[in-house]
Design a binder for this molecule. Structure first.
Ligand code: SAM
Length: 246
């Protein structure tokens, strides 16, 4: 497998060490942050996270995609001419909104916690991307999803295995049993997906991408591994049968 060497994205907006030409020092508004992202820069996460409600901003480092990761994924989506993306477990919408600012793709997030769906919709409105970013309120397997060109997953089910002190809240079922069911549901979704479908995974999803996918991008210099696969082979006819990992 050939892994491309990817260019680094400039970091700007370090409020602790401002420089006169730093666009976020001049304009830390949503328009300023959006402009920095659209012109190929990567603001520090807190410049973006300040538009989240306090209690959800404070847990950003643990639960939401870092900007550098979202922008690298957006770069890959653009390179592969992806038009539609589904984020499974979209949280406060940080990935969908940041990647929308950095690409021309359309994003749909599915999120099980209604308060996060509300925050995500508000974030999309703050950054004026509601024409390309929307959120579905519900759990994987319980509501129907659009069939996208690409799926994105940031370790969505890991919380099921955390101790209760590391849960975001206790509003949803969190258990090892649920973890197994959700990982199986993703594997089945990927198994059923049409040929050419892309999958981008940040920090794993608890299972392996099924047979028939080929890894086409990887970045191991981010805080956690980011990998992209493309489905190259049609599935065998018949029911979902737990194909071995590819
Ligand atoms: C690690 S966060 C990632 C959030 C977002 N994708 C991002 O990168 O910023 C995982 C999210 O997945 C959601 N989630 C977990 N299991 C889910 C399920 N079965 N259906 C829908 N959402 C789920 C959680 O509530 C949480 O908000």
């Amino acid at each position: 497998m050939k892994v491309r060497h990817l260019k680094r994205i400039n970091l700007v907006g370090n409020f602790g060490d401002p420089t006169p030409n730093d666009p976020l020092v001049l304009d830390p508004s949503p328009d300023g942050v959006a402009m920095a992202i659209r012109t190929g820069m990567c603001p520090v996460d807190r410049a973006f996270d300040r538009f989240l409600p306090d209690e959800l901003r404070l847990v950003s480092g643990q639960f939401w995609t870092p900007l550098l990761v979202a922008l690298r994924a957006a770069e890959w989506l653009e390179e592969c001419h992806v038009r539609t993306v589904v984020d499974i477990g979209s949280g406060v919408g940080k990935f969908c909104v940041a990647a929308a600012l950095a690409s021309r793709c359309q994003f749909t997030g599915i999120e099980q916690r209604p308060r996060l769906v509300a925050a995500a919709r508000a974030l999309a409105a703050v950054f004026n991307v509601t024409d390309r970013v929307s959120f579905l309120d519900g759990s994987l397997g319980e509501i129907s999803l659009p069939i996208p060109d690409a799926y994105y997953l940031y370790n969505p089910f890991g919380e099921n295995l955390f101790g209760s002190q590391d849960h975001l809240d206790e509003d949803v079922e969190l258990s090892a049993d649920r973890y197994e069911r959700d990982v199986a549901a993703v594997r089945e979704l990927l198994w059923l997906a049409p040929v050419d479908t892309y999958v981008i995974v940040y920090n794993g999803f608890g299972g392996q991408v099924p047979l028939g996918y080929r890894e086409i991008r990887a970045d191991h210099e981010l805080p956690n591994p980011l990998c992209m696969w493309q489905k190259t082979t049609a599935r065998e006819p018949g029911p979902f049968s737990w194909p071995l990992a590819g």
